[in-house]
Design a protein. Structure first.
Length: 87
């Protein structure tokens, strides 16, 4: 998780900041519908950034611990056809 945050966090932050800034300009639009669109789109991008930096790495750690080879509860790799001898 440390490598993910330090390696891609800065690039994601820069990308999210410029995109929010671009859509944030719509807040100064004359039409209220465009203002609302800019606010909603900006907030959505902020939430997506936070999820990709905070939630996704945590979920990947949990996923790796649960589904690593040999872990209890890991998914079976053998097909049922080969296990029963059917072709």
């Amino acid at each position: 998780m440390h490598v993910s945050l330090t390696g891609t966090g800065g690039a994601l932050l820069g990308s999210a900041a410029t995109t929010v800034g671009g859509f944030g300009v719509l807040v100064f639009a004359i039409l209220p519908a465009l203002q609302q669109f800019g606010i909603i789109t900006g907030l959505t991008i902020i939430y997506a950034f936070l999820a990709s930096v905070l939630v996704l790495p945590s979920l990947l750690v949990v996923w790796t611990r649960y589904f690593r080879p040999g872990a209890h509860g890991a998914m079976e790799t053998k097909s049922t056809a080969s296990a029963t001898g059917e072709d």
